[in-house]
Design a protein around this ligand. Structure first.
Ligand code: HEC
Ligand code: HEC
Ligand code: HEC
Ligand code: HEC
Ligand code: HEC
Length: 418
């Protein structure tokens, strides 16, 4: 009897210790936050390029495709390596090689060749010095050839026969985007709907959505590859590469082409265009009370608003102010994807805006109890990242990390003055 009880205690003890050790390991081990797929497990090989394309620098393409170059040079793709936030974050995360395969994807952009992997999950590549490394090219980040190379040819939608280089025609140029922007993440130890890094995979949560589509259940991409090459619906190019008529090269045939701008979170105008915000007075809920609503709708982004890294978020504040502008009362909201990282990666909640699903924030005022109040103000701000995270990783930003996307106010005495 005594013996049996002891044995039970020992077994329970062993199980407990094992569990604690397991959780401790989960707390400290390096974290693999996405699944390394074949699409980006290695840098892109440029070995077989034809002699007419020996210089891969965007500057050499600029010799003939000036406007495309000038646009690209203003885009975040051209800064995907030099971007100071990326650099600080990359160092903070331990300078992993895998990050390079999207931020500087060409083999010549990387100091090392990847000759194999030490682990099954392909987070620990076997590296060898790369004699073809080109430091200049590294600084071009997601350079022209990073998107335009396929089967040792330059991909495009025209299949031009008069180019100065071999051309391969592709039917759906959105496929170019998926490689880096739609990443899978299903693993036994992750509990998110789609992985947290560099992805707009949530787009498939609203497949083929139109204005009349009822709200879609938020179960989305779990269990399958998100918007894949066969899925033509998420037309990234339509929104992120505006149409323009011009020749590809000076003096060439005028064609309908795409501006190489890729504006997103770093561009307040793009973000504002995606959001419809209305502050208005609603019917009074009860005598002596007034009610105001702020309605936010994602009308301009096929994916969530905001999308991108989980750093991106919106803050909403609705406040009551007095004559001097002092805040009497304030309601604050955060619209964000919140993730628990350890011991397991778990999607806690995600209250960002799916397309065409209005979100209403209500704010009630009792004028008699708040006699000094003169106006209700609403303000929506877009944040590239959290102040907390900025401090934690030691990123000293030169550019602001947050900006207003909407501001409005309603004077409370409006009825009297009318
Ligand atoms: C010596 C001039 C020259 C250089 C350098 C050059 N191109 Fe071209 N490219 C052309 C010409 C000419 C065309 C065809 C224009 C037409 O058909 O209207 C073309 C076509 C293209 C197309 C469209 C292909 C299609 O048919 O859809 C792409 C994409 C392209 N070039 C990318 C690049 C990139 C990337 C580089 C740099 C690695 C580059 N080009 C360097 C001259 C050049
Ligand atoms: C080789 C990988 C790669 C490909 C291919 C690629 N991107 Fe990107 N893209 C990136 C990286 C990396 C960043 C982030 C750079 C940074 O902020 O440091 C980015 C950023 C962006 C942004 C965000 C801009 C901002 O202000 O933050 C947009 C929009 C975008 N890409 C659209 C596209 C579209 C559309 C395509 C397809 C035509 C595409 N990308 C193809 C890697 C890629
Ligand atoms: C599968 C491709 C891919 C890989 C691998 C990848 N990234 Fe990215 N990264 C992107 C894309 C695409 C974006 C832009 C869209 C977004 O905001 O999510 C981005 C954006 C970022 C940003 C935001 C920059 C900004 O403009 O604010 C940071 C920081 C970043 N990546 C760091 C990393 C680090 C560190 C790693 C390695 C652990 C890594 N990335 C691996 C594709 C990738
Ligand atoms: C992030 C990916 C990406 C990068 C980087 C990129 N392009 Fe493109 N480019 C595209 C896509 C996608 C298209 C096809 C757009 C469409 O559907 O017409 C395209 C089309 C073109 C075309 C044909 C005209 C057209 O709009 O179809 C030319 C020329 C071109 N690119 C040149 C360049 C040059 C030069 C650079 C570097 C300065 C560059 N591209 C960088 C994605 C990229
Ligand atoms: C209907 C228009 C529309 C379509 C289609 C669309 N986007 Fe966007 N995208 C936007 C708008 C508006 C924003 C700015 C607000 C936001 O972040 O959602 C944006 C933002 C982004 C950002 C910036 C995220 C960041 O971190 O700053 C990336 C990356 C991006 N989109 C990639 C894509 C890709 C890849 C596709 C195709 C799979 C796509 N988008 C399809 C409108 C669109």
């Amino acid at each position: 009897m005594m013996f049996a009880r002891n044995r039970k205690t020992v077994v329970v003890g062993i199980v407990l210790v094992a569990l604690i050790m397991f959780l401790a390991w989960r707390l400290f081990r390096p974290m693999n936050i996405f699944v390394v797929s074949e699409a980006f497990e290695r840098p892109v090989s440029t070995v077989g390029l034809p002699p007419s394309l020996q210089s891969l620098s965007a500057k050499s393409c600029a010799g003939c495709h000036r406007e495309f170059y000038d646009e690209w040079a203003t885009s975040i793709h051209s800064q995907a390596w030099t971007d100071p936030y990326f650099q600080v974050d990359w160092v903070f995360d331990g300078e992993l090689q895998i990050c390079k395969n999207c931020h500087i994807p060409l083999d010549r952009q990387q100091e090392h060749k990847v000759t194999g992997f030490n682990d099954q999950e392909k987070w620990q590549p076997i590296l060898e010095p790369n004699p073809a490394f080109d430091a200049q090219l590294q600084h071009e980040g997601v350079t022209c050839v990073a998107c335009h190379l396929k089967n040792d040819k330059i991909v495009g939608t025209f299949g031009s026969g008069s180019a100065a280089h071999p051309v391969e025609k592709i039917a759906n140029s959105n496929e170019i985007c998926f490689k880096c922007h739609v990443v899978g993440g299903n693993r036994w130890d992750t509990f998110f709907r789609f992985p947290p890094c560099g992805t707009v995979a949530e787009i498939s949560s609203t497949p083929g959505a139109t204005k009349d589509t009822p709200p879609v259940a938020a179960n989305g991409a779990a269990g399958r590859e998100a918007a894949g090459p066969g899925d033509m619906s998420p037309d990234c190019i339509q929104c992120h590469m505006p149409l323009v008529e011009r020749p590809l090269v000076a003096g060439g045939q005028v064609r309908a082409v795409r501006k190489h701008l890729w504006r997103g979170g770093h561009d307040p105008e793009t973000v504002k265009q995606g959001l419809e915000a209305v502050l208005r007075e609603a019917p009074a809920p009860s005598p002596g009370k007034r009610s105001f609503t702020l309605t936010l709708t994602n009308t301009g982004a096929a994916h969530y608003f905001p999308t991108g890294t989980p750093d991106r978020h919106l803050t909403v504040s609705i406040r009551l102010v007095d004559q001097s502008g002092a805040v009497l009362r304030e309601d604050d909201y955060v619209m964000k994807r919140s993730i628990m990282w350890r011991p397991f990666i778990v999607d806690l909640w995600d209250n960002r805006l799916p397309r065409w699903q209005p979100r209403v924030f209500r704010f009630d005022v009792a004028p008699r109890r708040e006699p000094t109040a003169v106006a209700v103000e609403a303000r929506v701000r877009y944040h590239l990242l959290d102040e907390d995270r900025r401090r934690r990783i030691g990123y000293e930003n030169k550019e602001p990390i947050a900006y207003d996307v909407f501001r409005a106010s309603i004077a409370l005495n409006r009825e009297k003055t009318n």
